[in-house]
Design a binder for this molecule. Sequence first.
Ligand code: ATP
Length: 301
Amino acid sequence: MSVISTEQLTKSFGGVKAIKELDIIIREGACTALLGPNGAGKTTTLNMLAGLSKPTSGKVRFLEKDGGDHRGHIGYLPQYPTFYGWMSGIEYVSYLGELSGLPKKDAVRKGKELLSLVGLEKDMKKKTAGYSGGMKQRLGIAQALIHDPKLVILDEPVSALDPHGRREVLELMREMKKKTTILFSTHVLHDAEEISDDIYIMKEGKVIAEGSLVELQKKYQQPAVHIETEKNLNEWSENLLTAEWIRNAEIKEKAVTLTVSDLHQARVAILNDPAFHLLQPVRFEIVKTSLEDLFMQVTKS
Ligand SMILES: Nc1ncnc2c1ncn2[C@@H]1O[C@H](COP(=O)(O)OP(=O)(O)OP(=O)(O)O)[C@@H](O)[C@H]1O
């Protein structure tokens, strides 16, 4: 069952499409990463899912129903959260609990529970101005959970943190995902790989790869052959590109990486090709492309 999904979701700013006909499904109980370089459209998508901004066209479906106001069921941590530095952690979280409709006593009790969950039990009476980056993100996560949301949306929760803060927040998310559906954005592949079940890779407002972490790793960990030669291999590789076992070729003047469907066939065909030997090969290496290679290609341009 999906907690939230989109159908042809589109957002334009001044006639320019920032999000283009997006179809995504967030499975109940899963931790989903929206992964993409800066400007890919992650924040714009999350804002529409959270009900904070309206799509130009397309639909957001919450619990498989169209329309309606689902904002009360979503916990949201923005990319740049702001806190009242003069408030303590517990004052801040219980204040937001009251704003979401809890009676004061319940808001304080719930606030204390959540601050313990996020590891701020000892610091809950300190002013938030004195909190570290990691502590502030954890406080932000506590406030996002105060009304028992069905879905927690975290926009780049670890990007601005030092390695220590990053570890704190990733560990907390790992705990949270046992009980809550999480959707978070990141531009760091490693963060997505570390804690997510499902991944959507976005580029220029579109999803360019999607699947479970295992599916994506399998799909992009393809066999490849890397060749380097003394002579320019453009002409040879142009002929070669018609071979049915080639999936992709990245050619430089004297080097080519061929992603192949059948490693054995590729090896036999290349090594038995007289034209290949005339190029004076200096290197013939079997390698694997990975999800990281795909993501590097996406982020490079
Ligand atoms: N309010 C706005 N007005 C005009 N253009 C906008 C607005 N908000 C976003 N954009 C544009 O939409 C595109 C997607 O931006 P968005 O912030 O969603 O990307 P992102 O993937 O979250 O990037 P980042 O990691 O840098 O936050 C960008 O080209 C951005 O300039």
